[in-house]
Design a binder for this molecule. Structure first.
Ligand SMILES: [Zn+2]
Length: 265
């Protein structure tokens, strides 16, 4: 516990120092995000202290003894889907990625600080991928498996490549788009919008307050439009500008050559 706070304190000092050096709000925002991430990663390690560990080429998988027979399945799919994401983005994460397999819903919710009653199968949180045991998936999870890790790995890779400097709709839309490319799964496919439920501005400013089904579907459609209009090189150039701290709207127009407000007209 102390280690986390000590490290956090040093990061905070570094953040303040950088802020005075560069006078850049982005620098202090990412320093705060780093502190939070590091404290939360320590907490996740603590609450999974008794878990077993399986190391693969690119992953460190923490799992309970109840998942001894499912961990190879997790490892195989995670490696397979990482190869897809790494190929698409031309990026290989340099450190091993931690996956925590929680034996039940309650422990997953505790780890992710979720309120109870949700239907989350997995999430990217604090630099870590968390999933619920494949034993608890049911039909829905079996169907989602082929894109489950890819979705969370897209969040992780974007966080690495673009420094987390983008609105939620952009990362959720791109994660859903990756699932769509790899598996054909399309979020809310049978639900046809008569008109777009939210503006890009609403999605940007208050994503978590919106109807999540509609917000995810619209994010997917917007990102699909972006990816069909732009080359992957342009999108990677956007990531680079974001990583440097440029505002999303400005970086978007500079790298893709059109403005955000042209989308979803
Ligand atoms: Zn997501």
């Amino acid at each position: 516990m102390f280690g986390g706070f000590k490290r956090g304190f040093i990061l905070l000092l570094a953040g303040i120092l950088l802020f005075f050096v560069f006078g850049n709000l982005f620098v202090i925002k990412s320093a705060v995000a780093n502190i939070y991430g590091s404290i939360e990663r320590n907490r996740l390690e603590r609450i999974t202290t008794g878990y077993l560990i399986k190391d693969t080429e690119n992953f460190r998988i923490k799992f309970s003894s109840e998942d001894l027979e499912t961990v190879d399945r997790v490892a195989g799919e995670a490696e397979r889907q990482l190869a897809l994401a790494a190929d698409y983005f031309g990026y290989q994460p340099k450190d091993k990625i931690t996956i925590i397999v929680y034996p039940n819903k309650e422990d997953l919710e505790k780890g992710l600080r979720l309120s109870s009653g949700g239907t989350t199968l997995g999430a990217y949180y604090a630099g870590t991928i968390s999933i619920i045991s494949p034993k608890k998936w049911g039909i829905e999870g079996q169907e989602a498996e082929k894109g489950l890790y890819l979705h969370e790995l897209t969040h992780l890779i974007m966080d690495d490549m673009a420094g987390g400097n983008y609105p939620v709709w952009f990362t959720e839309g791109l994660a859903l788009y990756q699932e769509y490319l790899a598996t054909g799964f399309e979020w809310g496919k049978d639900y046809i919008f008569k008109e777009q439920p939210y503006t890009v501005r609403e999605l940007t400013l208050q994503f978590n307050k919106l109807d999540q089904f509609l917000a995810y579907k619209q994010s997917f459609l917007i990102v699909k439009e972006i990816m069909e209009r732009s080359s992957i090189e342009e999108v990677l150039a956007l990531f680079q500008l974001l990583k440097k701290g440029q505002a999303f709207e400005t970086a978007f127009a500079r790298s893709l050559g059109y403005s955000l407000s042209e989308l979803q007209q």
